[in-house]
Design a protein around this ligand. Sequence first.
Ligand code: GDP
Length: 522
Amino acid sequence: MKLTEEINKRKTFAIISHPDAGKTTMTEKLLLFGQQIRSAGTVKGKKSGKFATSDWMEIEKQRGISVTSSVMNFAYQGYHVNILDTPGHEDFSEDTYRTLTAVDSVIMIIDATKGIEPQTIKLFKVCKMRGIPIFTFINKLDREGRDPFELLEQIEDVLEIETYPMNWPAGMGKRFLGIFDRYHKQFVRFKGNEEEEYIPYADLDKDSYLDLTEQPMYQETLEELALLDEAGDPFSLDRVMIGEQTPVFFGSALAPFGVEVFFNTFVKMAPSPKPRKTADKIIQPDYDAFSGYIFKIQANMNPAHRDRIAFLRVCSGRFERGMSVKLSRTDKTIKLNQTQQFLAASRETVDVAYPGDIIGIYDPGYYRIGDTLTDSKEPIQYDELPQFPPDLFKRVTAKNVMKSKQFKKGLDQLVQEGAIQLFTGHPYETLIIGAVGELQYQVFEHRMKHEYNVEVQLESIGERIPRWLDQKEVDVKLFDERNMLVKDREGQFLVLFKNEFALNWFKDKHKEIDLIDLFEVN
Ligand code: GDP
């Protein structure tokens, strides 16, 4: 019984957005709700000169451990909230994608003045591919933004997901009056100075609100609401749960305005930990044995500390520090003594954890991304993490040809770990490494030098669109620099298209060739 209660309390999610849309500001406000920080401004680093607790990179660099996306957790309204950070700026990497495999839902923040931006699309695709429920927060309503209808249309067209506005703004920027909270049937009035007033729909015709209801902007918005009620899709929590509809909230993370009503709705609606698939069965979170999988391994960039931390998502049962578990891949038994939870800027030892929680495990080099740990008598092996298509590609060689042995060893190891992806040119076997963020190249170079004593030379072939081929034989004459033929680690052919134009041209010309977008396959 206790286990079920703990599971139902868990809300594990990530916030995705394009840099500057307001992810840090939102995280900070949520931490304030959870009373994890004392005052606003402690999370945001750039201006105050302090570090963002959710932007861990710099802090970690100083401490010698780098490249993390950390986890923040707190209690809120009877729930246990776990927020997984998805590094978004220059520290964007494949780990950001992998982190999304460890959450049960996602909050997508869109800047109302900009609409959908590239990084949001990339992250969204991962959510879509995994069927993760997505809650949208359209931010910066205190500024003149785009028309709300236009924003919804853009989400529907570009991201191909149905929208349902949970609330609707009356005005924006200087003329911003507040939001109609369609779900709770109340008007949330914007009063500035961090103040908001909740007025039930039933009270809106009272004389005391004439100063609000007689404003032309208010009247105009009533018409828009009528239009939404008539022409919009109906709300369906079932469709939200499978990632086919996104509830949309409007507000301002900075003001803050509409954040509380958003988050209160979110924690109630967002799913608690769900069952997870293995090759031959489905493991329920309340299964009586502990199990979890590793979605990220964080290496220490400081050569004096070679230790690493493996991030594990608990999927079933109860974790207790010191317990003995099996690593399914090798059948090795390991005692989990050194475990950590990542809470804001401090790390604490974790003694107990439940499904939905993320724990950090000291890794003396035992683990790989995707590994399952369990104390179940029956073997459990969770499905491998998907291969995420990279979009940056560089040719790589060792600066010193005499070091080819170490070069190969380091390359193999780092590919194995999932730090980068390796491709080989065809028919000329040049080595090409793929990544989703520049940071991965920096880490790669750094680790090759410090762990394998090899300096590498990287030559960019630019941003590319990879499409896999479903065939073992190909006519090499069809390919060149613009549509470069390479093989992945499994020997599967893929084409690196120089741009959208080259891709479309090829598609047109070679209709007989199937081009597979990994984001579209589950
Ligand atoms: P991140 O890069 O997504 O983490 O974005 P930040 O939270 O750092 O926000 C980027 C900038 O936008 C900062 O200067 C914030 O103060 C500002 N910002 C965030 N939310 C709002 C908002 O609701 N209104 C306005 N006007 N500015 C905002």
